[in-house]
Ligand binder design. Structure first.
Ligand code: CAA
Length: 385
């Protein structure tokens, strides 16, 4: 499938590219050092409609399709991967889950505010002992009149500290497996939602990743997302879209590393000529460009499939698997092309290399993507029907 972008998609791409390279890029290296959350970037992104990209106009969103969203997210990731992951979780998982499974009240009450960027959304599924296998989670939600009382600990939560709303999963039936899990909307003003340890990470340093403790957290039953026991499917569907987001993020970082490497190769003299004249490097450049293009096609194809309302689970996992592995190869090669300078903080390529490392891990490891893809091909296991 080859893509001819529509005028609207091209317009989104060019608008976000200009904004990202002028505004977001300016503070990215500094934020990587200070770990300062990109609140100012996000405020401007809200004004541009980038925080409710696939949310319909009726709920104050930009009503873009997924292809337009992928283009925008890649452009933000090109300049600052930390800002991009916040945008990705907020749009792909939080807004989309409320849009797809929320009641009209929840959409009026929460989705509009999220789309306008009044607060940022987070998604709390992972636990200390439940990463790839979310069914083994220990967090419980017990019905108490017209409320649920949630108790447990969530780990590695993107924007755990700086979000205003968190989608939390918990077991409403601890004996059941998938069908025992439910999802809840929990807001920051809830005293039972307590921020714990913040991780000190090798990359994405300006995006906070924290523990969240749910301590007798009372949530109105009206803030359950979907029906009781529907939580596993809601998060799996959310992750299908989220994985396209991580592929888009991978594309943006890969393109940034590639552009930096090409620029460097054209400037750097060794053995009496520009290093770009050496065939060894030219072949590496050709391989990098080819892999980036392959990842772009897979990612846009998954996005287009989602837009056409077809089942896109396999395509999303393929895009995430290939693009996240690709960006790790591309950033490593880009760093190598910079020689010793690539290993210093004087060039952004070392940041790209560190930022990319988690892409094969979060929102489902590469190994989990292979499980999803192969199970869907072989259809001899229950993973997705
Ligand atoms: N869409 C809709 N339904 C789905 C689905 C999907 N994509 N995937 C599974 N389901 C349904 C199945 O149809 C099945 O339904 P029935 O019971 O009605 O038959 C049910 O869910 C169970 O499916 P499986 O038996 O296939 O489930 P499984 O236990 O074998 O697990 C898995 C499947 C793919 C391994 C899944 O557990 C998984 O994706 N694990 C990885 C979790 C993950 O990505 N964690 C990342 C954390 S989030 C994060 O990183 C966010 C961040 O902050 C950046």
């Amino acid at each position: 499938m080859s893509f001819k972008l529509t005028d609207e998609q091209l317009m989104i791409q060019s608008m976000v590219r200009e904004f990202s390279r002028k505004v977001v890029a300016e503070t990215a290296a500094e934020r990587d050092k200070t770990k300062e959350f990109p609140a100012d970037n996000l405020k401007k992104m809200a004004e541009l409609g980038l925080l409710g990209m696939m949310v319909p106009f009726d709920y104050e969103g930009s009503d873009s399709d997924t292809v337009g969203y992928v283009l925008a997210l890649s452009e933000i990731a090109y300049s600052c991967a930390s800002t991009a992951v916040v945008m990705s979780v907020h749009n792909s998982i939080v807004c989309e889950s409320i849009l797809n499974f929320g009641t009209e009240d929840q959409k009026q009450h929460y989705l509009k505010d999220l789309a306008m960027g009044k607060y940022i959304g987070a998604f709390a599924l992972t636990e200390p002992e439940a990463g790839s296998d979310p069914v083994s989670q220990q967090t419980t939600a017990v019905k108490d009149g017209d409320h649920y009382i949630i108790n447990g600990t969530k780990r590695f939560i993107t924007t755990g500290k700086n979000s205003g709303l968190v989608i939390v999963t918990a077991k409403t039936d601890p004996e059941a497996r998938h069908k025992g899990i439910s999802t809840f909307i929990v807001t920051r003003d809830n005293p039972g939602l307590v921020v714990g340890n913040t991780e000190d990470k090798m990359g994405l340093r300006a995006s906070d990743t924290t523990d969240l403790h749910l301590e007798d957290c009372r949530v109105p039953a009206a803030d359950m997302l979907g029906k009781e026991g529907e939580g596993f499917k809601i998060v799996m569907k959310g992750l299908d879209g989220g994985r396209i987001g991580i592929a888009a993020q991978s594309l943006g970082v890969a393109q940034a590393a590639f552009d930096a490497a090409v620029k460097y190769a054209k400037q750097r003299d060794q053995f009496g000529q520009k290093i770009s004249k050496f065939q060894g490097l030219r072949w590496i450049i050709a391989d990098m460009a080819t892999e980036i293009e392959a990842a772009r096609q897979l990612t846009l194809s998954a996005a287009a499939m989602k837009d056409s309302k077809k089942r896109f689970t396999t395509q999303a996992s393929m895009a995430k698997l290939y693009a996240s592995e690709m960006v790790n190869r591309v950033t490593a090669k880009a760093l190598q092309m910079h020689g010793g300078y690539g290993f210093t903080k004087d060039y952004p390529v070392e940041r790209f290399y560190r930022d990319a490392r988690v892409f094969t891990i979060y929102e489902g490891t590469s190994e989990i993507q292979r499980v999803v893809i192969s199970n869907n091909i072989l259809k001899d296991k229950r993973t997705t029907k």
